[in-house]
Design a protein around this ligand. Structure first.
Ligand code: GLC
Ligand code: GLC
Length: 816
């Protein structure tokens, strides 16, 4: 069943009932201030770092689900004791005569109606400022006057989200607020080492306020029964320790048909160290005044929202798709790219599955994420690359993660994931192909964040490449280290101790465990390194690199082929993983997808055999599972992969991230029908009417869908923050629709289902716009018969980068 529908013209998903099978969320903010926002107004916000600078509190894994948000309570005094409800449904689960939530690009809008009072809330983070705006409008749709009371509610987090939910002996004594007019200031720890505070304000005079949680809710009450609201009167409580909140009490008298709008702002403000105080104990409110003066009227809020809409319209205008298949078109043109921007901002830090306190930016993750947004924000991709590269070690290995605030490598996780270095080449190559900016290679970038060790970005790439070359095992294949792309293939871990980290423990470093996947990544991304060398006059280096790539593919030929598919790895005893010789885990998806992406086995038919085996053994109704048969028992020599119950996560779940590798691999073979099938199976829009089973948002990819061994086969988890976003966008835009940046220009090389009779793509590329129309009335799966550019026939399939700020018409005819 469906819980809503897409509105493509508005670029919105419209949720039409509040009781979605899981909170369906959106992200507000695209610069420094971010909010997670659910379809019932749940969620939280933070400034730059979800762990260190969290403004509002949220309770993960709470009952009921989704506890914490920016809530509004309404009370209609006319109805005797007063009808009280929450117009966003939660937290009171109020019956509503009407409800709708529209999640759009960087904003969300909830509207509802009860007893003739219409409510609407538009929430967003304006460009250029560090705040959330919640514009609330009440409209009397009844025929009689209404006396309405509106209460706002947020609960402040004491900044460090981890400390906030663990260190109660201290925290219950430190909460502090200030109230001035309609502005509530949260200033916990400002008296000591913080120079920032939060402000929760509304643009009208208020009847009263509350800032102490227990006073507002009443003893032993939850968010669903705030005593103050039921009493219809704020108590003007001033929090002192315990749990500071912010609640405004507003009275609104509305005649029939009358509307009133209120602009609520939740802002983050900083002061210079020497200007923290107005006088002793009273915070300097200048930055708050400046911020709030900008959003004092509903017109100002509307203007800020219009600017945000313009921003997204321009951004998504850089790549648009139109086709008969609207599901594909809306995903590729709108939501997939939107999700790529969210992974750019969040990496894997804050979602409804990632608590925002654990993980920083992944070295591997961030490089791959780049593939999905480099065409949207190339300048920001450039600085992201330089940040990532600065956490590389001089020997080419890398911190597995770094912290977004400090941009420093994370010592707790350390290094040793031997695929990491190669993703840097992959990311930089994507950037150069998109922009033609070889200058980035000359940028001086520190190693290990140490300026004294800085060298050019090109040297970083060389160290990446060489790291693999110099870290090989007995079969000439790359050593896996702690794990490769599959974080759970921990072949040197040998952990017996409950709770020990699979990723950072190495109880038995055999020095022989090898990864065929890393070999394939090397063979895929190595040639890009060769091209970069060639194009920057480094012929000798190019020649050396080519030889190393050949050696590597030979090693895969000799030791990485199992007869019908590619082996996955060799364990610490030198035994195969992902082979017919194994009892469980006979075949894995990753090495097969990636080896074919790297063109290994294309000429001699092994590639086709490998992908046919993937289809035969790993495919399912909802996507391709990671391995088969699932591990039934824990294998100490394999690590976390075997720790999961069969069908979940890396143990034979549909780990969506690697499905597009198979999609891309299928396009290498020219099998457009199969490529599209693998694309569509994990694409959420195709499962919209199956939302009860899938549970996650139909507009975003999830990291994992339960595999065929799981009880709830088809149920998704971990939506939003996943490398699936970037790779599916690459697979659909570059390989299926086939509009692919290369070093010389834009390649046009579609590989589509034979039923797709044509499509159009507009693509901004290196300072020009290309309007590409593809005619496939021939019903081909692959192959371009002719291309014209601005009416002139093109020789080959590479459109040059004109860079002339003009629109160029490209007409492509598929067929033989
Ligand atoms: C998670 C990690 C990613 C890893 C994948 C497979 O998505 O963020 O780095 O590659 O799991 O284990
Ligand atoms: C666990 C997860 C994996 C993720 C890793 C990150 O191993 O299964 O998906 O990449 O944690 O540390």
């Amino acid at each position: 069943m469906q819980y809503g529908h897409f509105d493509d013209d508005a670029r919105e998903y419209v949720i039409t009932r509040p009781d979605t099978p899981y909170p369906w969320i959106n992200y507000l903010g695209c610069e420094d201030f971010f909010g997670l926002f659910s379809n019932t107004s749940g969620g939280y916000c933070f400034y730059r770092d979800a762990r260190m600078l969290r403004l509002t509190r949220y309770r993960y894994n709470n009952v009921p689900a989704d506890a914490g948000g920016r809530y509004f309570y309404l009370r209609d005094s006319a109805t005797g004791g007063g009808d009280v409800w929450t117009p966003s449904w939660m937290p009171m689960k109020s019956a509503l005569d009407r409800y709708e939530c529209r999640h759009g690009m960087g904003y969300s809008k909830i509207s509802s109606c009860r007893g003739g009072l219409a409510f609407s809330q538009t929430s967003f983070v304006p460009l250029g400022d560090t705040c959330e705006i919640h514009k609330v409008t009440l409209t009397n749709e009844s025929k009689t006057d209404k006396n309405i009371e509106l209460f706002s509610f947020i609960e402040f987090c004491l900044w460090n989200a981890n400390d906030d939910m663990t260190n109660f002996q201290r925290n219950f004594s430190i909460g502090e607020v200030e109230i001035e007019g309609s502005r509530i200031y949260h200033k916990t720890e400002y008296r000591e080492r913080r120079n920032h505070y939060a402000v929760w304000a509304v643009n009208v005079p208020i009847e009263g306020f509350d800032t102490d949680r227990q006073t507002f809710l009443g003893l032993y009450n939850g968010f669903d029964h705030p005593q103050v609201v039921f009493d219809g009167k704020a108590k003007k409580s001033v929090a002192s320790g315990w749990a500071p909140i912010g609640s405004h009490h507003i009275k609104a008298k509305l005649g029939p048909g009358e509307s009133k709008t209120f602009v609520f702002v939740l802002g983050y403000c900083e002061n210079p160290e020497d200007q923290k105080w107005e006088k002793q104990g009273i915070i300097n409110k200048k930055p708050a005044n400046t911020l709030l003066s900008k959003y004092g009227t509903s017109e100002a809020a509307d203007k800020a929202l219009a600017a945000l809409n313009e921003y997204w319209k321009n951004l998504l205008g850089r790549f648009t798709v139109d086709a008969e298949d609207k599901k594909m078109a809306r995903m590729a043109g709108i939501w997939n790219q939107y999700q790529c921007m969210i992974t750019f901002n969040m990496s894997r830090s804050a979602s409804y599955f990632e608590s925002g306190i654990g993980r920083g930016m992944g070295f591997r993750d961030s490089n791959q994420d780049l593939l999905g947004f480099v065409h949207l924000v190339p300048e920001r991709a450039r600085s992201r690359i330089l940040d990532i590269a600065a956490t590389q070690f001089p020997d080419g290995s890398a911190y597995h993660q770094y912290q977004p605030l400090t941009k420093r490598g994370n010592n707790e996780i350390g290094s040793g994931f031997n695929d990491d270095p190669l993703w840097l080449i992959c990311g930089v190559a994507a950037y150069i192909k998109e922009t033609g900016d070889y200058g980035i290679l000359n940028e001086k970038v520190p190693f290990d964040n140490d300026e004294a060790l800085a060298d050019t970005l090109f040297v970083h790439l060389k160290r990446s490449f060489d790291y693999t070359v110099t870290h090989k095992g007995p079969h000439g294949l790359p050593l896996i280290g702690r794990a490769d792309w599959n974080d759970c293939l921990n072949l040197n871990c040998f952990s017996k101790t409950p709770g020990e980290s699979f990723q950072t423990t190495a109880n038995f470093e055999s020095g022989v465990a090898e990864s065929v996947l890393i070999a394939a990544i090397f063979a895929f991304t190595g040639p890009e390194y060769v091209e970069i060398c060639r194009r920057t006059n480094r012929a000798a280096e190019a020649e050396y690199a080519e030889k190393e790539i050949t050696k590597m593919t030979e090693a895969v030929d000799q030791h990485g082929w199992d007869g019908d598919w590619f082996v996955r790895a060799y364990d610490a005893y030198g035994k195969k993983i992902g082979s017919r010789e194994c009892e469980d885990g006979k075949i894995f998806i990753e090495s097969n997808g990636f080896a074919v992406m790297a063109d290994i086995g294309i000429k001699d038919g092994r590639a086709q055999k490998a992908l046919d085996s993937v289809k035969e053994h790993l495919d399912s109704k909802y996507g391709i599972v990671l391995l088969q048969p699932a591990y039934k028992d824990y294998h100490i020599e394999l690590g976390e992969v075997s720790s999961y119950p069969p069908g979940y996560k890396e143990n034979a779940g549909i780990f969506c991230h690697n499905n597009p590798w198979v999609t891309i691999a299928e396009t290498r073979l020219g099998r457009g029908n199969r490529a599209f099938e693998t694309y569509a199976k994990i694409c959420p829009a195709y499962r919209e009417d199956d939302s009860d089973l899938r549970r996650m948002e139909p507009y975003v990819y999830a990291q994992m869908v339960a595999g065929k061994d799981a009880v709830n086969h088809g149920e998704a988890k971990n939506s939003w923050l996943t490398g699936t976003a970037a790779w599916t966008f690459v697979s659909i835009s570059q390989y299926i629709l086939g509009v692919r940046p290369c070093f010389d220009g834009l390649v046009i090389d579609p590989c589509v289902p034979s039923s797709m009779k044509g499509f159009t793509v507009t693509r901004h590329f290196r300072g020009a716009d290309y309007h590409i129309t593809v005619d496939n009335s021939a019903g081909a799966e692959k192959g371009v018969k002719s291309i014209t550019v601005d009416g002139n026939p093109l020789v080959g399939t590479v459109i040059p980068a004109f860079g002339d700020n003009k629109i160029h018409k490209v007409v492509v005819t598929m067929g033989k």
